[in-house]
Design a binder for this molecule. Structure first.
Ligand code: SF4
Length: 478
């Protein structure tokens, strides 16, 4: 029996449609958040949840911004410091913020998902991490290990086997390891020296310690990368056999991310070479048995993500794909973004402002957004397309006076170009993304983005010089 490939690479179509566009970790995207939304609005959203007697489980995200050394490709919100006392101060404030959130969610504080991201969460010492996890357990009701998804981003350069076993004992059951590339020249060019043996030792320790799922991050398009180095890195990764692989396209945007100015453009692979790398990654990983989940993610067929996708239970939030749908996301730490009862709220981005608001006894919310009915509908459409590669038109607008085909008439007209290119199919009820269209899922979702449409209309009305002076806000869709 032949099975349909989960994804199909078509260089001509990709060349034709690659453009700058959002990644849709949220809809609307974070550039729509405003300072008009603040602490009071967040409390109002929470009150709505309490009023509804909402007993939805929670996802918790904690951001730890510190790193020892700078990776030149980095686009994260982080602080490079070797001064460990900063971590102790930060931990105090993080505990204060999580305690405040725990109080606000009293009676509806069941946590089924926890993610520690950064920065480098393992910048906290073993004792600090133990203190933080014990504190979280006092303020939230964690589902048992077998039911909850408790993950942590691990920089293999910062831990040894003993620390990995401690992390498991402290409650983490999923590990996400930063690898990027195994080639020494590439590692040198991005200032991230991480020997293969070191990464493998951490991975093996995570298996021994009983982590349920191990994920690794790779990047293609880095300086000094070639098809040959990529081939070697892929061979090593396939032998290492992680459950999930996130494969990111390096977006060189030095005007937005200062560390990237240290990367010389002449060391970057040309766009044709990058496409060859992507094609290679897809063919090697799918041949090795990985399923393309969507938006840079691959997983083993037995991994929870792939199972959830087959069962139509996959969900997407700021941390990427998740198997826990319908949770409110409470995010703590500098710059973290919460998603609670139809609102987004983002914390202050600098430590000083973050600390100052907590010192004043307030949650450190800097800006946010309340979704209207149109946003909620479009968020559902974008979510289902990103997670299932298919959308039932009737169920998307169920209960609404206007049918889908009428409400989204301009979008469906725009989609005809994708139908003609064989990227989507449209019938009476279903909009389906073909294996060839899956790599271009961001382009397809962009059709449904009302805010982007409005921004484009404004841009079309701008004088050419003013338009050219506008910096690119988003990475390329592929
Ligand atoms: S890539 Fe990760 S480890 Fe490197 S500087 Fe950025 S946040 Fe820190």
């Amino acid at each position: 029996m032949t099975t349909m490939p989960s994804v199909q690479f078509d260089a001509d179509i990709i060349r034709k449609l690659s453009m700058s566009g959002p990644r849709y970790t949220s809809y609307p995207t974070a550039d729509r958040f405003t300072a008009r939304f603040g602490y009071g609005d967040y409390l109002e959203a929470l009150a709505g949840l309490t009023y509804r007697g909402g007993r939805r489980p929670l996802s918790l995200y904690l951001h730890v911004p510190f790193c020892d050394r700078l990776c030149y490709y980095c686009a994260c919100n982080k602080i490079i410091t070797k001064d460990r006392s900063k971590a102790a101060t930060y931990l105090g404030y993080l505990k204060q913020e999580t305690a405040m959130q725990g109080k606000l969610f009293a009676g509806m504080n069941r946590v089924e998902q926890l993610h520690l991201g950064g920065g480098t969460p393992t910048y906290f010492s073993n004792a600090q991490m133990g203190e933080l996890m014990a504190h979280l357990r006092r303020h939230f009701d964690f589902a048992p290990d077998a039911e909850g998804e408790y993950s942590i981003e691990i920089d293999p350069r910062t831990v040894d086997a003993r620390r990995i076993h401690s992390l498991r004992a402290q409650g983490f059951n999923r590990a996400s390891l930063g690898v990027q590339d195994f080639d020494p020249d590439v590692q040198q060019a991005v200032n991230r020296i991480q020997p293969y043996e070191e990464t493998m030792a951490v991975m093996n320790a995570a298996r021994d310690a009983g982590f349920r799922s191990i994920s690794v991050d790779l990047i293609y398009g880095l300086p000094q990368q070639t098809l040959r180095t990529m081939e070697q890195t892929l061979s090593k990764i396939i032998v290492a056999n992680p459950d999930r692989i996130a494969l990111y396209n390096y977006a060189h945007m030095p005007h937005l991310f200062k560390p990237q100015r240290r990367i010389s453009e002449s060391d970057l692979p040309a766009s044709a070479a990058k496409l060859d790398m992507l094609a290679l990654c897809i063919s090697r990983l799918t041949a090795a048995g990985y399923v393309y989940i969507g938006m840079d993610h691959f997983a083993k067929p037995a991994d929870d993500l792939a199972v959830a996708q087959r069962q139509g239970r996959l969900h997407r939030n700021f941390q990427g794909y998740s198997t826990h749908a319908e949770t409110d996301l409470v995010a703590c730490g500098v710059s973290a973004i919460s998603a609670v009862n139809g609102t987004y709220s983002q914390n202050e981005k600098t430590l000083d402002e973050y600390y100052a608001k907590l010192d004043a006894g307030r949650l450190p919310i800097a800006r946010g957004y309340r979704l209207g009915n149109d946003d909620l509908l479009r968020r559902l459409v974008v979510q289902r397309l990103m997670c299932d590669f298919a959308l039932s038109l009737a169920s998307a607008t169920e209960g609404m006076a206007v049918p889908f085909r009428e409400y989204f008439a301009p979008e469906l007209r725009e989609l005809q170009a994708f139908v003609a290119d064989g990227l989507v199919t449209l019938d009476d009820d279903w909009l389906s993304v073909t294996p060839k269209g899956r790599l271009l899922i961001r382009n397809i979702c962009m059709v449904f983005d009302r805010h982007l449409r409005e921004a484009r209309l404004q841009a079309a009305a701008m004088p050419a010089a003013a338009l050219a002076a506008q910096p690119l806000r988003f990475s390329r869709t592929i």
